[in-house]
Structure formats: C-alpha cells, structure tokens
Design a protein around this ligand. Structure first.
Ligand SMILES: C[S@@+](CC[C@H](N)C(=O)[O-])C[C@H]1O[C@@H](n2cnc3c(N)ncnc32)[C@H](O)[C@@H]1O
Length: 350
C-alpha cells in the first residue's frame, strides 16, 4: 500500500504533464466544442495532430477519470463532463484550472536548480521561470478574479466601491501580468491604478495587455526604479498572492503603510494557512501540493535575495499577516467574508 501511495504521486506527475499537453495542444477545447463524443480519429482530425499520439493521450485521460470514455460502440468515444469543460476548457469559468498546468514545465524545470539551492540557501525569483511562468500565473488567477473581484471582493470592503466609483488612487503591489489592475481600471474609470512588480516577464505581459485594453487610467512599474509614493497619497493598496513570495516582505509592508492615506485601505489576499504544519496537513487537502510549489516557486522566490524571509506558500497565516501589518503601523485587521478554495482575504487599515 505504501508503494501504491508513492506511485500514485508519480501517476499524478505524469498525468499533470498530460493535462499540460491537453491545454497546450487544444485537445480539451476541441472536446468541449464537439456536439457529441469523439473518436480519437475525429479528435486528431479536429486539432490536426497524429491520431496514434492523440489516442494514447486519450487513454491516459480516460484512465485518470478526467474525460468520459464510452466503449459501447466499435470505436471508443471520448467527451468532457460539464465539470470537465469548466475546469479544463473554459477560461471564462471561475473554476478554470489550467494556469498551474501551463507553468508546469517551467516550474518543474526548477528541479535542476534545487541541489544548488538546497546547498547554498539561495532561491530564484519568478523570472527564472521564463515568460511561460508569468503567463501561467496570469491564467491561474484571472478566471476567479474576473468572476469575483469586482462583484464580491471589493464590495466586502468598507466603502471601497464608493471611493473607487468617485475616483481613487490605487496601487497593486506584486501585480504580475496586471490582470487585477486592468479589471479594476476598466470597472472604475474615475480612478487611477499603478501595478508594481519586479518580474520583467510579468511587466512585459502587463504592458501588452494594457495596450490591447486601450485603458488610459493604469500603468505598470518596477518598484526598484520607480518606487511607491511614501507620502500617504494612495487611497487603496491591493496585494494578491505575493507577500509570501517576497524576499523582504516587512519593508514592502512598511512601504505600503507609507504610501496609503490615514483613511485608506489595504486589501491583502494571500494563501489561507494554519499556524502550524500539523494544522495545514490536517485542514488543507492541498497542503502537499502547496508545500511542493513553495520549494520550486514561492519559497524559492522569497529566498532569492540575501537575507530573504523565505515565508513560502503557506507562510503567511492570518496571525503572521496581522503581526507584520501591526509592526508596520497598521491598527485595524479584518478577515473578509469571501469564499475561495485557496485564498484568505483581509482588509487592513491604518
Ligand atoms: C504568485 S505571483 C502573483 C501575481 C499577481 N498578483 C496575480 O495575482 O496574478 C507573485 C508575484 O509577486 C512578485 N514579487 C515578488 N517579490 C516582489 C517585490 N519585492 N515587489 C513586487 N513584486 C514582487 C513576483 O514577481 C510575482 O509576479
């Protein structure tokens, strides 16, 4: 049974690779678009790929119970369930899950860097995952944000929607490819937005998307060259899934406090975590996944500069977030009533 447990992880790793291919090669999208279950010949014809390869991929997916398999006719037929369509083939659905699989090869590529990192203690920043890493992050967070950021998260904060509607100055720190900034900038044309990130790949994506959007009330910057204002001129700061990735999160939180007005707001979104390893293992069915992501990505980023704090994926439970916020001069800390599979939402105020 122990061997089975170990090899089920390897099955997961190989099937995750197949999911990456299904997304990348358009196989899921073709299955989702079909009116009826498809044979491997039909699917291969639809996507213009070699049938023998498509057939073996379908076999993996059927064995993993990810796609439906009908063996009642002469030729096997395959289809996606409603849930399969949402998670595997619908970027507009909040449950769409292909972002982490998009960046799987880039993330797993970091394995080669690990012996050195474990020996030296030094990690690698997000740009070490290349442009596909930034795009994978973008695709991970945008679907849920599109459905919920404007409609549910911002209204859960005290008076923030009114301020944004009237016209507020907003900063998103660790903005990645700018998805949240562009969503908010489009919804609140009287407000101005600046997204800050240190990843050049993410900033390049953000600039392209900004140009495509035609929005004039947003811009993106690298805070190492163009720092946050330190004069309390910002009304609202947001940080989405990035404080735990930062090599020096406490100085960043202090910079956020210096930037935000005394009547301002900080929306902190970060991975929901317990205070202890035992608590995470018990309460979070994704704990093993998240600790693995931490080694290859989040904690590595948080140790990518000398003296890095190394918080990592599950390293910012509410207690730690509150302690760090108070140490930076914030006095009010409230957990927002927003449901998310992985994240917790806090409104923090001076
Ligand atoms: C998991 S990604 C989240 C990106 C984005 N907020 C989103 O939700 O798509 C974490 C981001 O934090 C950025 N980051 C890490 N350290 C940073 C720092 N000191 N200042 C600004 N951004 C930083 C990384 O480059 C990366 O883009």
């Amino acid at each position: 049974m122990f061997t089975f447990q170990v090899f089920s992880k390897l099955e997961g790793a190989f099937t995750a690779g197949m999911i990456h291919l299904g997304d990348r090669l358009g196989l899921y999208r073709a299955l989702a678009a079909a009116d009826s279950p498809m044979t491997s010949v039909q699917l291969a014809g639809e996507v213009g790929l070699e049938e023998r390869w498509v057939r073996e991929w379908l076999a993996n997916q059927a064995a993993a119970r990810l796609i439906e398999h009908d063996a009642s006719e002469a030729a096997d037929r395959f289809s996606l369930s409603g849930e399969g369509r949402a998670v595997l083939a619908s970027p507009e659905h909040p449950a769409f899950g292909m972002g982490m699989f998009h960046r799987l090869p880039a993330t797993m590529g970091a394995l080669e860097l690990m012996p050195e990192a474990f020996a030296s203690g030094m990690g690698h920043d997000y740009d070490s995952h290349g442009p596909e890493g930034a795009e994978g992050i973008e695709r991970s967070f945008e679907p849920w944000n599109k459905a919920n950021l404007i409609r549910k998260v911002l209204p859960a904060m005290s008076g923030v929607v009114d301020r944004l509607t009237e016209g507020a100055t907003v900063v998103d720190v660790g903005c990645g490819a700018g998805g949240a900034v562009l969503l908010m900038a489009e919804s609140f044309p009287n407000s101005t937005f600046v997204g800050y990130d240190i990843s050049q790949h993410a900033l390049e994506r953000a600039q392209i998307k900004l140009a495509e959007s035609g929005l004039a009330n947003a811009r993106f910057a690298d805070p190492r060259h163009d720092p946050l204002p330190a004069n309390g001129s910002v009304d609202i700061v947001t940080t989405f899934d990035c404080i735990h990735d930062m090599a020096h999160p406490q100085p960043v939180i202090e910079a956020i406090r210096a930037a935000v007005a005394d009547d301002g707001h900080w929306l902190l979104v970060d991975i929901r975590a317990a205070d202890t390893l035992a608590g995470n293992i018990e309460a979070n069915p994704m704990a093993a996944l998240l600790y693995g992501v931490s080694v290859l990505s989040c904690m590595s980023s948080a140790l990518s500069e000398p003296g890095g704090a190394g918080l990592g994926t599950l390293g910012l439970p509410a207690s730690k977030a509150e302690e760090m916020a108070r140490a930076a001069g914030f006095t009010r800390f409230e957990t927002l009533d927003v449901q998310h599979a992985m994240n917790a939402f806090y409104e923090i105020r001076p």
